[in-house]
Every structure is written in structure tokens, then in C-alpha cells.
Design a protein around this ligand. Structure first.
Ligand code: R2B
Ligand code: URA
Length: 308
């Protein structure tokens, strides 16, 4: 079994910079039910290059099925094993160089998954990995179904930062995403021309209701006018969608030497309302947009590697 603290930190290797990892005999990734003592992580995951994360386990299973078909790697029985078997916290699927992992809703759930994902990629000696969030969001002034490629992941004050509380103190981390990757993804959206794809800043909220200026939560202490002012200020700050994980994912990938991007489809236009009421089939189709875009990107990249 490989030690969990490879010295291969340089270059494109995924970094788990925690110095305490070095003194651990083994590392059990509890919420994945995978560990360095029980699994050969380099053999299982060493070839991963494209890590796609998204909220719902079912959507991440659909994505792996979709990508398997696109890459000509479809399983003959149509089954794709969940690699996090034995736990229902997260679901994880792999096909060739593509890993698809669910993160649940919001920063706390996503943070746990990302810690273990980064350690998994590190223990597996993965290199030149990208992490892309394929998500849903509320659009600001966009036609529902539009995919927003995040330029800057910003907090509720529209600053590109993520605040992590450590030992009772707030630590502010930067949320820069990979500009080149974002450009390439936008280009893929334009090439597909199946749906609108735009660049925009993404506001990451700690909540779906009050945190996103909705009027339909269980509580609301502001007026419709206050809400409108906040949405207008978001738009003026270049924000084109609201969701709940982008700043955390950006900050954690930045700390780990991982190029990251965020691709979220807008399910509604928040300038027109708060409730997500489109028919199920319409929402299902919208959810496929980031997957289709990502599929196009992965195929393009794999083709370019073959040419080299
Ligand atoms: C988008 O959709 C979810 C809330 O419905 C949340 O995970 C997000 O970021
Ligand atoms: N996800 C969000 O976080 N907000 C929305 O409005 C829609 C999806």
C-alpha cells in the first residue's frame, strides 16, 4: 500500500498540505468509506483527470452514465457501481479518467466531501486534475436554462472570498478560479449552441431562502423593495447567479493546486420570482445543460491528448 503522504507535491500533483497527515499510519476517509489501509487508492483512482462534483447523488450517477456513453465506455449491463458503497453520505462514480461525486447542499456538506476528495486524489497520486462543479442555481436577469461559467465566485457582499472559521477565528481565503479553464468551457458552450452559455460572477450563499433574498422562506424580515435593491446590487457587481457551494470549492481547490471551474444552469430568473415551479421535465432538461457542456469539453480534451 502506498503511504498517504507521497513526496510528489510538485508540478501538477494534488496537494494535501496538512503536515499532520505525514505522521498518520493510515487515513480513513470516513464519509467515502474508503481508506489507505483498505483500498489501493492509486490503482483505483490514479488515472483520474476530470473530477465533476454536484449536489445530488442521482444527478451525479446520471452524469457518469451520460459521459460513459459519450466516451464509448458504456457498461454492458448499464450498471455503474457507487464507489462509496457502505455509506449514503455521498455517491461516487468513475469511468475512465472521469470521477463524478455528489456533495449535498451547501458549504458544510461540500466542505466534508472536498476534504476527503482532495486527500483521496493526493493519496492516489493524481496529477493535472481539474475539478468542475456541475450545478443548479438561480439566475439574475438570465433566461432559465442558461449555463453560467463562473468568472468570480463571490460571497454575499460580492467579494471573491470565503470565510472559514478555524479555532474560533475567521480565516479569509481567496476564491480565484482557473481563468483559462473558464474560457475553454465558455468556448465549449458557444460551440454547442444548444443553450445559452455566459460568463458571470456567482454569489455563493449559506442559505437558499433569506441568504438569497427570497420572500418565500419560513421567515422574512425585509420588504420586496429591499430584496429588489439587493438583487440589483448583485447584478451591478457582475453577479449572474446564486448558488451555495462555489466559493468553498474555489478556495479549497486553490489551496490544493487544483484547477477548478463552476458551471451552473439557472433554473429560474430571480428578477421575476422566487419559487422554482417549472415542470419536472423542464428542470431535468436544464440540469443536463452543464453535463452536456462538460461532456463536450472532456471529449475535446481527450482528442487533443491523443493528437500529442
Ligand atoms: C443549488 O441548488 C441547491 C439548492 O437547491 C444548492 O446545492 C445549490 O447550490
Ligand atoms: N439553487 C440555488 O441555490 N438557488 C436557486 O435559486 C436555485 C437553485
Amino acid at each position: 500500500m502506498h503511504s498517504q503522504c507521497s513526496e510528489k507535491h510538485e508540478g501538477g500533483y494534488v496537494q494535501a498540505t496538512n503536515p499532520h497527515l505525514k505522521s498518520m499510519k493510515e487515513d480513513f476517509l470516513y464519509h467515502f468509506n474508503l481508506g489507505t489501509a483498505t483500498h489501493d487508492l492509486p490503482a483505483m483512482f490514479g488515472d483520474v483527470k476530470f473530477v465533476c462534483v454536484g449536489g445530488s447523488p442521482a444527478r451525479m450517477e446520471e452524469f457518469i452514465k451520460y459521459i460513459a456513453g459519450e466516451l464509448g465506455l458504456a457498461s454492458p449491463d448499464g450498471e455503474y457501481p457507487n464507489l462509496c458503497e457502505g455509506t449514503d453520505r455521498y455517491a461516487m462514480y468513475k469511468i475512465g479518467p472521469v470521477l463524478s461525486v455528489s456533495h449535498g447542499i451547501g458549504v458544510p456538506s461540500t466542505s466534508v466531501m472536498m476534504h476527503e476528495l482532495i486527500k483521496l486524489l493526493h493519496h492516489a497520486h493524481c496529477s493535472d486534475v481539474i475539478v468542475v462543479r456541475l450545478g443548479t442555481s438561480g439566475g439574475i436577469g438570465l433566461k432559465p436554462g442558461t449555463v453560467v461559467v463562473t468568472k468570480q465566485a463571490v460571497d454575499a457582499t460580492f467579494r471573491p472570498q470565503f470565510e472559514q472559521w478555524i479555532l474560533g477565528k475567521p480565516v479569509v481565503r481567496g476564491t480565484e478560479l482557473d481563468a483559462e479553464l473558464a474560457k475553454e468551457l465558455l468556448q465549449c458552450g458557444k460551440e454547442l449552441a444548444e443553450f445559452e452559455t455566459v460568463f458571470g460572477n456567482t454569489m455563493c450563499s449559506m442559505d437558499f431562502y433569506e441568504g438569497q433574498a427570497r420572500l418565500d422562506g419560513a421567515f422574512c424580515s425585509y420588504t420586496e423593495e429591499d430584496k429588489q435593491k439587493y438583487l440589483d446590487s448583485a447584478y451591478a457587481a457582475g453577479v449572474r447567479n446564486f448558488e451555495m457551494e462555489s466559493t468553498l470549492i474555489a478556495a479549497m481547490c486553490k489551496l490544493s493546486n487544483i484547477r477548478a471551474a463552476v458551471l451552473c444552469v439557472t433554473l429560474l430568473d430571480r428578477l421575476k420570482g422566487d419559487q422554482v415551479t417549472s415542470p419536472h421535465e423542464v428542470l431535468k432538461r436544464f440540469e443536463q445543460h452543464p453535463q452536456i457542456l462538460m461532456g463536450h469539453y472532456i471529449k475535446k480534451k481527450l482528442k487533443s491528448y491523443q493528437k500529442k
